[in-house]
Design a protein around this ligand. Structure first.
Ligand SMILES: [Zn+2]
Length: 236
């Protein structure tokens, strides 16, 4: 039997049990085990991990652990290594709408199962967002984030911060319902579809060419403004 001693830093402590947080913790193991595997045995998904040091020297996550190793594990740094396109698990419909509201490409369907999602991120290079650690621990998932909050607006702030999206926000760019990019549309073209008050007070409209949904600065706009104000106000 071998033993490795782990110290998890910063936000990785979120994943540990209460009596393990901010402490050196040990794990006993047999045979050849990678640092990645042992770290995940504590509940820390590999894609949340950044720098790793073994006995004071920088090392790789797939290194095989040796008896007596002292392993420091740091969280992955904020930023986005690939284009910010997301896949959200079936519990995150409201977060998907919020992210689309800010213009981000988000695949979301409430009937995707774990294997569907693993396949999609593998072939379509997307970032997986989920609260399901087991799903995030799948080997084929290279980019992802485990949401901490249950509140969709707080989740949005987490994602914007983690992937440094603030400068990439493009409001009125994507359909909240189906994710398709929006186009400008002349008021005359859609006049018969507008309610009397909308007709009276608004002149600028966007339409989704895929599902036909119409957007104007009354629909979702106030909520979006609040989110944008929060983002610009430096709360994220
Ligand atoms: Zn649409």
């Amino acid at each position: 039997m071998s033993t490795a001693y782990f110290s998890f830093h910063g936000r990785l402590n979120y994943f540990l049990q209460r009596d393990q947080k901010e402490k050196q913790i040990h794990v006993d193991f047999r045979g050849m085990q990678s640092i990645k595997h042992l770290a995940e045995s504590f509940g820390v998904p590999h894609l949340e991990i950044g720098q790793v040091q073994v006995n004071g020297r920088e090392d790789a996550l797939n290194t095989i652990a040796q008896d007596g190793d002292r392993i420091e594990v740091h969280p992955i740094q904020n930023g986005c290594p690939i284009e910010p396109r997301f896949l959200l698990d079936c519990h995150l419909g409201r977060l998907a709408a919020h992210l689309r509201m800010l213009g981000f490409d988000c695949l979301y369907q409430n009937d995707y199962d774990d294997s569907n999602m693993a396949e999609i991120v593998q072939h379509d290079e997307r970032i997986l967002l989920s609260r399901d650690r087991r799903l995030l621990m799948r080997k084929v998932i290279l980019y992802g984030y485990c949401l901490r909050s249950l509140d969709p607006l707080e989740q949005l702030m987490e994602v914007v911060q983690r992937f440094e999206l603030k400068a990439k926000v493009q409001p009125f760019h994507r359909c909240l319902r189906c994710n398709h990019p929006l186009e400008m549309v002349d008021k005359d073209v859609i006049l018969d579809r507008l309610e009397p008050l909308t007709k009276k007070y608004f002149d600028e409209f966007h339409i989704c060419p895929n599902c036909g949904q119409i957007y104007w600065k009354g629909s979702h706009y106030e909520r979006m403004q609040q989110v944008l104000t929060k983002l610009k106000g430096g709360e994220v």
